[in-house]
Design a protein around this ligand. Structure first.
Ligand code: NI
Length: 137
């Protein structure tokens, strides 16, 4: 079993805010991330797949294919967008790093399955000090 990881980057805006809470309660729980006028992050997305090496190519998966899958399904729909307003797969979901990582995993899993490899993890860095990792359960 071999693991391979591809990094992609994107920039996006969000806020962590519950409409059913007061401004004070939102600020108390979500701090600066509840700013009503939005804020952005430079996200780093690490996608790891696993499987067996193809003896003919020596590859687990062609990295060009891996890059295309991540870009087409994720980067193209989130880069320079607002997670709360523009991103269909986050509709009705709190735009926390945890939830974004889980939704990205759900989208990518079947795409990699088609290529004969298994999605192992999605790691999403919101800042250089904080990241979330999701393994599918
Ligand atoms: Ni934030």
């Amino acid at each position: 079993m071999v693991f391979i990881t591809r990094r992609e980057r994107f920039c996006a805006a969000h806020k962590l805010y519950r409409e059913d809470w007061s401004n004070e309660q939102n600020e108390q729980v979500f701090g600066l991330c509840s700013n009503p006028n939005w804020h952005g992050h430079n996200y780093d997305l690490f996608v790891t797949v696993k499987g067996e090496i193809n003896p003919e190519t020596g590859f687990l998966i062609d990295l060009k294919i891996m890059k295309d899958i991540i870009n087409r399904n994720i980067i193209d729909v989130v880069d320079h967008r607002n997670f709360n307003l523009d991103v269909e797969f986050m509709k009705g979901v709190m735009a926390s790093t945890e939830n974004i990582a889980i939704e990205i995993f759900k989208i990518l899993q079947p795409q990699f399955e088609k290529q004969g490899v298994t999605l192992h993890s999605v790691r999403l860095h919101e800042t250089e000090n904080n990241y979330v990792e999701y393994f599918g359960d």
